[in-house]
Design a protein around this ligand. Structure first.
Ligand code: ARG
Length: 456
């Protein structure tokens, strides 16, 4: 394709390091779509003849059918997906194929293909995240009243509802989808027509190709169009953030499935066994989601480091932009599917969760709040009094729910003969009705709002 000025072809290692076809063949559909749009525009502008365009279109359609049926041939001598397809086009339609590359370079071609590919990938991820949200909302609805311990420092802090806990991840997924949508909006500009770096002397119509490919319009600067990969990095940062969220839920699933917690039972379909310990039921899927988050982050880091020192415009380093994006996409799509399946299918052990929620003086804050509300103490004083009560209970090995008015009066005399507060975990969660709070009432509202959002 470019051999005119060379006496001999590249050596074996040169060929090997140069070949991107093993991975960029994933761009085949976008590459054909880009070429079709370009050919149509060239003919409309009178740059190639209508007959040439017809031959090109028919050849590209035939190649589409071939690739679909048999895959993309991996010919290293042809370097990349652009050359492989153009070479095949030449075999199929002859001379008109050689006119396709008029007013175009692989530099704007690959930038176009990659933007199109990521746009489609974002659509897939969005669908996956929506299914994940649906699973969360369904389980949250089921468990709007179920009580579990809320933790800070992984110490029992205050009782919360399981539905509320699950809906926290709904909110995270909502922002993740929003970030991806924003990325898709910003990347939807066409590099096609930037040619190698400077634009072209042919009378091309960049708006026409942009429109044909579903872009909002052509990019404004040819150097920028062929040399930035911020859209790929943005995709990777969105993927990383999403993976971080999934990884935290995965970590919780792993903890919850362990015997000391016993908060969930993994169904058979989401468990793996041990080859030596017959009793084992391991949460491998969640562990791999946690591991994959590390790899996805690595993909992001790797492209950032590839790009950081590159002068404008195109450098071959940028061919290495694709493997991390493909890898991150594959890992993320699988992670989302795995977490969706796990959330939808684990059996929550609500009795155990409630028992742990009631341990560790988890309603001490409710007692302090009661001292403020019913007995006019300042919160800091109420905190101190409650701390002394907890200390006394601890010494007597009893929980807060069994204290008497005399116990309270022993610490704070004005409480003698008082009517005791409700320090049950049920009373605690039911009282937390502030906006965004854990009360079952609020969880039901959040679930209803989420169901509406997902239907929209
Ligand atoms: N395979 C190349 C890539 O992915 C296409 C662009 C090649 N351009 C060039 N001037 N060699 O970056």
């Amino acid at each position: 394709m470019w051999g005119g000025r060379f006496g001999e072809g590249p050596g074996d290692v040169m060929r090997e390091i140069n070949a991107s076809i093993p991975f960029d063949k994933r761009l085949w559909q976008e590459d054909i779509a880009g070429s079709k749009a370009h050919a149509q525009m060239l003919a409309a502008q009178g740059i190639i003849s209508g007959a040439d365009e017809a031959a090109i279109q028919q050849g590209l359609s035939a190649i589409h059918t071939e690739y679909e049926a048999h895959g993309v041939p991996e010919d290293w001598t042809l370097e990349d997906i652009h050359m492989v397809t153009e070479t095949r086009l030449r075999e199929l339609v002859g001379e008109p194929a050689a006119r396709l590359h008029t007013a175009r370079s692989r530099n704007d071609q690959v930038a176009t293909d990659f933007r199109l590919w990521i746009r489609t990938a974002i659509g897939q991820i969005d669908g996956g995240l929506k299914a994940f949200q649906l699973a969360l909302v369904t389980r949250a609805d089921e468990h709007a009243d179920s009580i579990m311990p809320g933790f800070t420092h992984l110490q029992v802090a205050q009782p919360v509802t399981l539905g509320h806990h699950l809906m926290a991840y709904y909110e995270m997924a909502k922002r993740d989808r929003c970030r991806f949508a924003d990325c898709a909006r910003r990347l939807n500009q066409s590099p096609l027509g930037a040619a190698a770096l400077a634009g072209t002397s042919f009378p091309i119509d960049r708006s026409a190709t942009a429109q044909a490919l579903g872009f909002d319009g052509p990019m404004g600067n040819s150097l920028d169009a062929v040399s930035d990969r911020d859209f790929a990095l943005e995709f990777l940062t969105c993927a990383t953030q999403t993976a971080l969220h999934l990884s935290r839920l995965a970590e919780e699933m792993i903890l919850w499935a362990s015997q000391p917690f016993g908060f969930i039972a993994l169904p058979d379909a989401w468990s793996t066994g041990s080859s030596i310990m017959p009793q084992k039921r391991n949460p491998d899927a969640a562990e791999l989601v946690r591991g994959h988050a590390g790899r996805i982050m690595g993909c992001m880091t790797s492209l950032m480091v590839i790009m950081k020192g590159l002068p404008l415009a195109y450098s071959k380093d940028m061919q290495d932009d694709k493997p991390p994006v493909f890898e991150a996409y594959d890992l993320l799509a699988l992670s989302i599917a795995a977490m969706t399946g796990m959330v939808g299918n684990v059996a929550f052990q609500t009795g155990r969760m409630r028992a742990v929620a009631a341990s560790g003086f988890s309603t001490a804050t409710d007692l302090a709040d009661w001292l403020v509300r019913e007995h006019g103490l300042a919160f800091r004083d109420a905190h101190h009094v409650t701390g002394s009560i907890v200390k006394a209970c601890e010494a007597r090995n009893m929980g807060l729910e069994s204290i008497t008015a005399d116990d309270l009066a022993a610490v704070h005399p004005p409480l003698a003969g008082c009517i005791l507060p409700d320090l049950s975990v049920e009373g605690s969660v039911a009282s937390r009705t502030s906006a965004g709070g854990t009360a079952p009432l609020r969880v039901r509202e959040a679930v209803a709002a989420a169901q509406k959002e997902l239907e929209a």
